[in-house]
Design a protein around this ligand. Structure first.
Ligand SMILES: Nc1ncnc2c1ncn2[C@@H]1O[C@H](COP(=O)(O)OP(=O)(O)O)[C@@H](O)[C@H]1O
Ligand SMILES: Cc1ncc(COP(=O)(O)O)c(N)n1
Length: 261
């Protein structure tokens, strides 16, 4: 199940999540938190769902289906974060992937300023894994991140907030760290690296990665395996990203499957 916002352009958010679930052969349920008017060039409007609507969607799915894993994406405001955290606790949800979405690559603010504290205190402690990008990791770890060592320190600091594991993602770098991620679970500190894909069309990478991790957890894969396989999936999707729209196009999910016949 994904708990996230809608992207009218179809590249990120709920749309990316459900597509990723489908390509992992797992059924996807969704709890919509907000509706963004968005395309490859940016976000022009955001309408929040009410906490009651979020609760009703969550309960409708949870009381009826066996949910193997949950990912959270754009939660927008404090009220929605608190609502989601409360429900995750009430239903004893274990395989929770928290993508602490704050700002889009194109620079649009996707989270209210006062909501960072609520993510840190109420949501991160419920995460089996949290997947901040460079910018989000800087905020959560309260430090600047310039080097691989900084990424490792940030992962360790964010782990102390209560997540069972942390993946600091390196898509936001413009140097040799681009595409390098750091994973820490309180014991193992791993560096993940795939080939760097030279494309401006990276819309939806973070959503796709966290959705793929959730799908892999639902399929029963061990945590680190779930992350490694998800990273490989995103790399493929970046290879086949779509130059649609006037701005930053979305990652492509279809072509690797078509190529496999
Ligand atoms: N150009 C690229 N080549 C290879 N991997 C990339 C590239 N850009 C992003 N990634 C990977 O995509 C995943 C999502 O990371 P990132 O883009 O930092 O997240 P977000 O979309 O949340 O900002 C990470 O595994 C990151 O390393
Ligand atoms: C509704 C919504 N959710 C999330 C993102 C972040 O996207 P990305 O995966 O590129 O970080 C977005 N742009 N819109």
């Amino acid at each position: 199940m994904t708990i996230a916002g809608s992207d009218s352009g179809g590249g990120a958010g709920i749309q990316a999540d459900l597509r990723t679930f489908a390509f992992h052969c797992v059924h996807g349920a969704s709890v919509l938190t907000c509706i963004t008017a968005q395309n490859t060039q940016g976000v022009t409007r955001v309408d929040a769902m009410s906490p009651e609507a979020v609760t009703a969607q969550f309960e409708a799915v949870m009381i009826d289906m066996r949910v193997g894993a949950i990912k959270t994406g754009m939660l927008l405001n404090q009220e929605i974060i608190k609502t989601v955290a409360k429900k995750l606790v009430a239903f004893g949800c274990g395989n929770v992937v928290v993508d602490p979405v704050m700002v889009s690559r194109a620079g649009a603010q996707l989270l209210d300023d006062d909501a960072v504290k609520t993510i840190r205190e109420q949501l991160i402690p419920l995460a089996a894994i949290t997947t901040p990008n460079r910018y989000e990791a800087q905020i959560l770890a309260d430090m600047e991140i310039h080097t691989l060592e900084d990424m490792q320190t940030a992962a360790q600091k964010i782990y102390k907030l209560g997540a069972r594991s942390v993946l600091v993602k390196g898509g936001g770098f413009t140097n040799e760290l681009k595409g390098i991620d750091v994973w820490f679970d309180g014991d193992r500190l791993e560096v993940l690296q795939t080939e760097v894909i030279d494309t401006p069309h990276t819309h939806g990478t973070g959503c796709t990665l966290s959705a793929a991790i959730a799908a892999n957890l639902a399929l029963g894969k061990p945590h680190f395996q779930a992350v490694q396989d998800a990273k490989n999936y995103v790399t493929e999707a970046l290879k086949y990203s779509l130059a649609i729209g006037q701005g930053q196009g979305p990652v492509g999910h279809f072509y690797p499957l078509l190529n496999r016949g």
